[in-house]
Design a binder for this molecule. Structure first.
Ligand code: IPM
Ligand code: MG
Length: 363
């Protein structure tokens, strides 16, 4: 198969982790006779520095005509001036919106070998295997706002949702839950927020159309607690944008490190294979504190590449091959520093990538 993959390496550790994922995809392409054409485009802080715009038109056009997009991370202290007209994060939110990527799928699975890397007790982590679906193109991230200038007295963001925006992401979540354990948890703050009361009402109506599902509604503050108290009792969780942002950082600690968790952002635009044009990225940020040192964990991005193969290219066997190669490396006790523990062999970013490639070719 021929596939066009746009790579948005971005800032901080973005370039180093995406280059490992590319390496893995290239090796996989050779093994399974696929040709992946990588098209590197600018987005984020690097795009501000190079062309003066965090999301150049050329990048949006390239993404629209791609089969899938692989993204590293954006942002860093260099672009943190609160008065700046453009910010790296604007590029990321802009591409999510431009491609209508309304469902952000974040699987949280704990690798048995990494239990000791988590700060939580082993018995709490037993059996954790969930998917958080975060609404990605609505809510406070995109609602009307007033920015505080230097002299401004007030500023606000608006958590705005429409019925169709809520309905479509709930349907995505319902389909995913049906394909798994049929348990769906919808998270809101309906005891306080109007947008959450709409969310709850729409959820109650829409999910009634899926009688096979076992549905529960949980308030977001309680969910933050349950996630670390008994995480194994959840399977598919669906929530609005900001709540999902916060809960998935929390959930990443179940897996030991943010460096382990991939994500897929899917919408309704189909690619040349009639599959969703998706954007795949690790859930971690640009980690400017460790950028350029070659110690970042590329596994979240490599696992994002596996999700890309599965959801946008329909290559299930190839996706599973990457996931197995990652498992095999972890089973040997090899770790990047973020998940290292006593007895593990600590390696840097490129060696971790090489080892995954090696395992892929040995399968
Ligand atoms: C994420 C990140 C982004 C977000 C930032 C970088 C804008 O935290 O993907 O979770 O808040 O969505
Ligand atoms: Mg986040």
């Amino acid at each position: 198969m021929d596939a066009k993959i746009v790579v948005l390496a971005g800032d901080g550790i973005g370039p180093e982790v995406t280059s490992e994922a590319r390496k893995v995809l290239e090796a996989l392409g050779k093994r399974f006779s696929h040709s992946f054409n990588f098209d590197e485009q600018l987005m984020g802080g690097i795009a501000i520095d190079t062309v003066g715009n965090s999301l150049p038109d050329a990048t949006v056009e390239a993404c629209r005509s791609a089969d899938a997009i692989l993204l590293g991370a954006v942002g860093g202290p260099k672009w943190d001036n609160p008065n700046a007209k453009d910010r790296p994060e604007r590029g990321l939110l802009g591409i999510r919106k431009a491609l209508n990527l309304f469902a952000n799928v974040r699987p949280v699975k704990i690798h048995p070998q990494l239990v000791s890397a988590s700060t939580l007790k082993e018995e709490v982590l037993q059996g954790v295997d969930m998917i958080v679906i975060r609404e990605l193109t609505g809510g406070a991230y995109f609602g009307p706002r007033q920015e505080a200038g230097d002299a401004a007295f007030e500023a606000y963001d608006t958590m705005l949702y429409t019925r169709p925006e809520i309905e479509r992401v709930l349907r995505t979540a319902a389909e995913m839950a049906l394909a798994r354990s049929k348990k769906l948890t919808s998270v809101d703050k309906a005891n306080v927020l109007a947008s959450s009361r709409l969310w709850r009402r729409v959820a109650t109506q829409v999910l009634a159309e899926y009688p096979d599902l076992q549905v529960e509604h949980v308030l977001v503050d309680a969910m933050a607690m349950h996630l670390i108290r008994h995480p194994a009792s959840y399977d598919v969780i669906v929530t609005e944008n900001l709540f999902g942002d916060i809960l998935t950082d929390e959930a990443s600690m179940l897996a030991g490190s943010m460096g382990m968790l991939p994500s897929a952002s899917l919408g309704d635009i189909m690619n040349s294979r009639q599959l969703p044009l998706g954007l795949y990225e690790p859930i971690h940020g640009s980690a400017p504190d460790i950028a350029g040192q070659g110690i970042s964990n590329p596994l979240a991005t490599i696992l994002s590449a596996a999700m890309l193969l599965r959801h946008s290219l329909g290559l299930e066997a190839e996706a599973a091959a990457i996931e197995q190669a990652v498992d095999a490396v972890l089973n040997e006790g090899v770790r990047t520093p973020d998940v290292a523990h006593t007895g593990s062999e600590v390696v840097g970013t490129p060696v971790m990538g090489d080892l995954v490639v090696q395992k892929l070719l040995q399968q």
